[in-house]
Write a protein that binds this ligand. Structure first.
Ligand SMILES: [Zn+2]
Length: 473
C-alpha cells in the first residue's frame, strides 16, 4: 500500500483579496505535496477559506451584502488564485459548508461530554481583527500588538474550554518532538510563553451572529478560531474511517502570526479529542514590499494575479521559493524580481536548455532518449545534486534545493565552454549525451517547483525542438 501524507495550508480569512504572502504559503506547500507524490506517496493537500466571525460580518455589511453572498464571492477569488499559481491542492474547504459545520458540532459535543467545557464569565480586551482576547501586558501602548489598533473591552457570559488541563502534556510534547514546531526560534517562543500558567479559552460569542451555533446552547456562536482549526479534520473526512489514513497531519504550513493558535489551542483541542498531534507545524515569514509591510493605505500591496499575468506562473513560483528565505521574512521589489528572472531563469535554465537542445538537434548523432547514458563524472555530479536536493527538501529548505539545481546548471555551462561540443571531436557524441542526461535530471528536480517548465524541458528533449522558456525582460 502507498504511504500517506497530509499537508495543509492555513485557510485564508477572506475579508480582503490575497497578496503575495498568501501565495508564498500555498506555493511552499505545493512543492512538498508534489515532491511526496513523485515518491509514490498518497498525498492529501488542503487549502480553503475561513468564512465566519465578526470581521466577516462587519466587512459584508460594509459591502452591503449578506455574509454568505460575500464569502461566496471571496472564496471563488481564492480558489481561482490557487488555480492560476498551479497549486495542486485536492481539497478546498470552506468553513460555511455543511460538511464542516457537522464535523465542528460533533467535535464540540465530544469535548463537552468529556467535561472539558464549562460555563463562566469573561471580561477582557478584545481585538476584532484577531478575534482574540488580550491580557493588558500583551498590548503595545494599549493596542493590539499585531494590528496596532485599539482593543475593545468586552464582558460576556461564556463557555470555557479547559485548555489549562493540557499544558503540562503539551510542554512535554514540544520538548520531546524537535520537529513539532519549525523553525526552532518559534518553538522557543512557544515554550517560553508556556512557562506562564495557561488560561482556559473562551470559546463562545454572544455578539457574533455569523458563526456556528454551540450545539448545547444555540443562542451562542462558537469562537471562530475553534471553528477554523477544525477544518483540518473536516478535510480528511473525520470521524470516518478514511480519516485515519491521513491523521495525524504531517505538516500544517502557517504564517508566523498564528503559531499560538496552531501549537497551543489546536493541540489542546486534539488532546481533548484523544487524537495524536500533527507531526510538524512549519512557520513561514512575511513578505514585505520594498522593505515595508504590505498595506492598502501605503498602496504597496503586491497582487499575485498581476505578477502572474506579467511574468508567468513559474516565474512567480521561482521568486517566492528562491528569494524568500523559507522561515524568515523576505522582501519583494520589481527590481529584485526582474533581476532573479533575468539571471536565473532567462540566462540560467532558459539559456542552458536552448543550447543543449540546439546542439542535440544539429548533431549528426541520433541519440535516442534511452541512450543518454552519462560518463562517470556526470553521473557523480547528478547523484550528488539529487542527494543535496532531497536533504534540503526534507528540511523545507526550498531555496537551498533550488541552489543545488542551479549549481548543476552552472556545471553544465562550464562543461559546454570547455568541451565546445559544436566542434567535431571524438568526445562530441558523449558530451551531448552527458548534457541531455543532466538536463533530464534537472527537469525532474524542477517538477515540484516549476511544474510547467519541467514538462516543457522534457518535451523539448524528446522532440529536439527548442523554444525559449523565459524570454528576457
Ligand atoms: Zn489584532
Amino acid at each position: 500500500m502507498k504511504k500517506s501524507f497530509f499537508i495543509s495550508t492555513a485557510i485564508d480569512y477572506p475579508t480582503e483579496q490575497g497578496h503575495l504572502g498568501h501565495a508564498l504559503e500555498k506555493v511552499q506547500a505545493d512543492v512538498i505535496a508534489r515532491y511526496k507524490r513523485l515518491q509514490g506517496i498518497d498525498v492529501h493537500f488542503s487549502a480553503g477559506t475561513d468564512e465566519h466571525g465578526l470581521k466577516i460580518q462587519r466587512r459584508a455589511q460594509k459591502a452591503d451584502k449578506k455574509p454568505q453572498e460575500f464569502v461566496d464571492e471571496m472564496s471563488k477569488y481564492f480558489k481561482n488564485l490557487w488555480k492560476i499559481l498551479n497549486i495542486s491542492n485536492n481539497d478546498f474547504i470552506r468553513t460555511t459548508e455543511k460538511r464542516h459545520i457537522k464535523v465542528v458540532q460533533e467535535i464540540i459535543k465530544k469535548i463537552y461530554k468529556k467535561g472539558d467545557i464549562y460555563k463562566g464569565k469573561y471580561k477582557g480586551l478584545y481585538c476584532v481583527d484577531c478575534e482574540s482576547y488580550y491580557l493588558p501586558k500583551d498590548l503595545e501602548n494599549g493596542k493590539c500588538p499585531i494590528h496596532k489598533k485599539p482593543v475593545e473591552l468586552i464582558e460576556e457570559e461564556t463557555y470555557f474550554f479547559r485548555m489549562s488541563k493540557y499544558q503540562k502534556q503539551l510542554q512535554d510534547y514540544i520538548k520531546k518532538n524537535k520537529n513539532f514546531i519549525i523553525p526552532v526560534g518559534k518553538r522557543n517562543e512557544i515554550l517560553n510563553r508556556l512557562k506562564e500558567p495557561l488560561q482556559d479559552l473562551s470559546i463562545s460569542r454572544k455578539t457574533v451572529l455569523w458563526g456556528i451555533p454551540l450545539p448545547f446552547d444555540k443562542k451562542l456562536s462558537l469562537f471562530v478560531w475553534v471553528d477554523a482549526l477544525c477544518n483540518y479534520l473536516t478535510t480528511i473526512g473525520y470521524p470516518n474511517n478514511k480519516s485515519k489514513k491521513f491523521w495525524p497531519a504531517d505538516v500544517h504550513i502557517i504564517g508566523k502570526d498564528i503559531v499560538w493558535h496552531h501549537t497551543v489551542i489546536w493541540s489542546s483541542l486534539l488532546s481533548s479529542l484523544k487524537l495524536p498531534l500533527p507531526k510538524t507545524i512549519f512557520v513561514h515569514g512575511f513578505i514585505t514590499s520594498g522593505g515595508q509591510k504590505m498595506s492598502k493605505s501605503l498602496g504597496n500591496v503586491v497582487d499575485p494575479f498581476v505578477l502572474v499575468e506579467k511574468y508567468g506562473t513559474d516565474a512567480v513560483r521561482y521568486f517566492l521559493l528562491r528569494e524568500i528565505p523559507p522561515t524568515e521574512d523576505g522582501d519583494f521589489t520589481y527590481q529584485k524580481f526582474e533581476q532573479r528572472y533575468n539571471s536565473d531563469l532567462a540566462a540560467g535554465i532558459g539559456n542552458l536548455v536552448a543550447r543543449v537542445i540546439t546542439l542535440a538537434k544539429n548533431s549528426k548523432f541520433q541519440i535516442p532518449n534511452s541512450k543518454q547514458i552519462p560518463n562517470s563524472k556526470f553521473q557523480t555530479a547528478v547523484n550528488k545534486t539529487w542527494g543535496n536536493y532531497e536533504k534540503a527538501l526534507d528540511n523545507f529548505k526550498f531555496n537551498e534545493a533550488l541552489r543545488e539545481i542551479w549549481k548543476l546548471i552552472s556545471f553544465c555551462d562550464r562543461y559546454i565552454e570547455k568541451e565546445r561540443p559544436w566542434e567535431k571531436s571524438k568526445h562530441q557524441e558523449q558530451t551531448i549525451k552527458n548534457l541531455l542526461f543532466a538536463l533530464r535530471n534537472i527537469a525532474e528536480m524542477l517538477e515540484p517547483f516549476l511544474p510547467e517548465t519541467s514538462e516543457n524541458i522534457l518535451k523539448q528533449i524528446k522532440t529536439k525542438k527548442s523554444k525559449p522558456l523565459f524570454p528576457r525582460i
